[in-house]
Design a protein around this ligand. Structure first.
Ligand SMILES: [Zn+2]
Length: 451
């Protein structure tokens, strides 16, 4: 089987064939660094991470760019609310994002690109679009893309412009808007008082870029005019990615992206998790409740990226229990690494090559652990191989070293238990628990686990 990926552009699974055999060019829309991302936001970066891991597992060299949107309507508004400069404000939230990236074990992209580092490239694209007659200046000096002049406008979101007569022909200045509000969109926003000290003096005037032009510029500057894969959440299909296509293809006359890929939402109570609905949790909320961030990663692996998933604390607890079970089982395999079990590897490949079927691949992992015909050493080698894609941190897993203080109490308790002093044994168990460990008796022996 060859790697097959679902392409939003054609609405089909397609066999993956990169433009150049030696290197896959891959762009992911990254976060807008204006507050703490919620765990629903992280599904998009998780999806990009899994996709990249699968490509690497398949032997591809991947050049991956992820942007950091540090200038748009939301960043300006929130930095002003906090009374901070745009730079200080966005750097703080960039730091938060990078911490979370580490906690969730995402592979770092080849490069993170900050939008404010690419203003010159954005201006250059806008000048070309003006020159090609695809863009125009409005009375206030802003520049808009003329969607009627771009023949393929709507091809990604499958919009039919004729059905949008009511609004089409107008202009929209905000970065985000709905599909039923399709209009000419802002490439460059002329400065006004609301922008305060956030502006650039450029050949197209004093102002700042629109959100959509940022990704066209960063993708072209760091990869090339045509790339293999572009990812984002389904929310990005319209207007963001539709507008990226218009800008990029409007300038180059070439197809911008070969495979457009999008992940679905995380829901809460069957409603989309979002800042505006105030039904969101951050990774820090999960960690404050004692969850391992990788339990959230495992929870996401349990569903295909194209299905909506409903978040509940109970299901996250299930994932945490499963993660602990996996870690225990892995550690019990001992220190020797044998050979990868070929038939398991083949099945694993078949699952992930089928548009990243991680739920099936996970089920295979549990089958492998139960399979008594495979030696411990070979199981270990195979699990480590699978974890190149899963990213659950098996490689760095070490037998927990239990503090001496706890061990002393455990021994004392064992003595008390042998003396049938159950009251003392119980008191000691509580003391051990308060230090973060649980003693579990099994027959004449016992086990110590982290709470
Ligand atoms: Zn983007």
């Amino acid at each position: 089987m060859a790697l097959q990926l679902y392409n939003t552009l054609t609405r089909k699974k397609e066999v993956f064939q990169p433009l150049h055999p030696d290197e896959v060019t891959f762009y992911s829309c990254g976060p807008t660094v204006y507050n703490y991302p919620h765990i629903g936001n992280y599904r998009a970066y998780f999806f990009a991470d899994i996709l990249k891991r699968v490509l690497q597992y398949e032997g591809y060299n991947v050049k991956h760019i992820m942007n950091l949107t540090d200038i748009d309507d939301k960043t300006i508004l929130n930095s002003q609310k906090e009374g901070k400069s745009l730079k200080d404000f966005t750097e703080f939230y960039t730091g938060i994002f990078l911490e979370d990236v580490k906690s969730l074990n995402f592979l770092l992209p080849s490069k993170f690109t900050k939008a404010t580092d690419y203003i010159d490239q954005m201006v250059e694209i806008i000048e070309k679009l003006l020159h090609h007659g695809l863009a125009y200046k409005s009375d206030d000096g802003s520049v808009y893309f003329n969607i009627r002049k771009f023949q393929n406008y709507g091809k990604l979101s499958h919009l039919v412009l004729e059905n949008q007569k009511e609004n089409a022909g107008g202009r929209i200045a905000t970065d985000e808007y709905e599909k039923d509000n399709v209009q000419d969109f802002a490439l460059w926003k002329a400065w006004d008082e609301k922008d305060g000290d956030v502006f650039w003096e450029t050949s197209i005037g004093k102002g700042r870029p629109g959100w959509h032009i940022e990704c066209s510029a960063m993708s072209m500057a760091n990869l090339c005019e045509q790339i293999d894969i572009h990812t984002g959440g389904v929310d990005n299909i319209f207007p963001h990615h539709e507008n990226e296509i218009a800008q990029s293809e409007g300038v180059t006359g070439k197809q911008f992206v070969k495979y457009w890929m999008h992940n679905e939402w995380v829901l809460v109570d069957q409603k989309k998790m979002s800042k505006s609905s105030n039904n969101f949790y951050t990774l820090r909320d999960l960690m404050a409740k004692g969850f391992n961030p990788l339990a959230y990663r495992l929870w996401l692996l349990m569903a295909n990226y194209r299905t909506r998933v409903n978040f509940t604390w109970e299901t996250l607890e299930g994932a945490e229990t499963a993660l602990k079970r996996l870690y225990r089982a892995y550690l019990e395999l001992g220190g020797d690494v044998g050979e990868i079990a070929q038939d398991y590897q083949q099945k694993f490949k078949n699952f992930i090559e089928d548009d990243l079927d991680t739920p099936q691949a996970l089920a295979l992992l549990w089958d492998l652990l139960k399979d008594e015909s495979i030696s411990k050493e070979d199981k270990k080698a195979t699990l480590l191989d699978f974890d190149k894609v899963f990213g659950l941190g098996l490689e760095n897993l070490k037998e927990e070293i239990i503090p001496e203080e706890v061990m002393k109490l455990v021994e004392e308790r064992e003595q008390a238990r042998q003396n049938k002093d159950f009251q003392k044994s119980d008191e000691l168990r509580k003391k051990i628990h308060s230090l973060g460990y649980t003693v579990k008796d099994s027959g004449t022996s016992y086990k110590i686990e982290k709470n």
